[in-house]
Design a protein around this ligand. Structure first.
Ligand code: GRF
Length: 195
């Protein structure tokens, strides 16, 4: 079983979908812990399943590096095979990325390299594009700049709001993430070869 550790900052709807996937017969991965950088309501999805959670609040440290060191310690205690950033809204310090990558992946609500950053859905709507997308990438030191593992286009529909478009993108993110984990578990994808 592939040991997954998921980091979140918010409601964790993609986390919930992954947890349900892991509960399905024959899925070759389990979530061993869920971490957050703030009090994130999505942690409840793990708590309800008896999965350990932790919070390393970014506001409680002198600088990003000190926060990152504590976060890394908590992650390493769980001995994950793969760390997944799933709506984790704080940039990891380079030292943490270097130690976890390439077994550190991120889901992003755009067709990277289009619309990197924290407001990808809003930016796509503002740009007036006909389609955006969803991507799963290996995390590197940059902002959403790592190698793409999987991605898919999502059309922008007339009358879309940021929420309606984001919801549609998230359904694709969830599917791509589940396939990516399957492929990693089965050796179809070797992250070391992508990075
Ligand atoms: C996802 O679209 C993720 O890619 C982005 O934040 C969203 C997370 O949503 N960075 P949720 O917290 O899983 O509902």
């Amino acid at each position: 079983m592939l040991r997954l550790l998921v980091l979140i900052s918010g409601a964790g709807s993609n986390l919930l979908s992954l947890l349900e996937e892991c509960e399905s017969e024959g899925f070759p991965a389990e979530v061993v812990a869920v971490g957050a950088d703030r009090s994130a309501s999505g942690l409840d999805h793990a708590v309800r399943r008896g999965i350990p959670t932790f919070t390393v609040d970014g506001a409680g440290f002198a600088d990003r590096e000190a926060w990152g060191r504590e976060l890394l310690t908590r992650i390493q205690e769980c001995k994950p095979d793969l760390v997944i950033l799933s709506g984790f809204m704080r940039l990891l310090p380079p030292g943490v990325v270097d130690l976890l990558a390439p077994r550190l992946i991120n889901t992003h609500p755009a067709f990277l390299p289009e619309f990197p950053g924290a407001h990808a859905v809003r930016d796509a709507l503002s740009a007036g594009v006909a389609q955006t997308g969803a991507s799963i990438i290996v995390v590197d030191r940059g902002v959403d700049s790592g190698p793409v593992i999987a991605q898919e286009r999502v059309p922008v529909e007339a009358g879309d709001s940021e929420n309606s478009l984001h919801d549609r993108i998230k359904t694709v993110e969830r599917r791509l993430l589940a396939h990516t984990i399957l492929d990693i578990a089965h050796g179809v994808i070797t992250l070391e070869e992508l990075a």
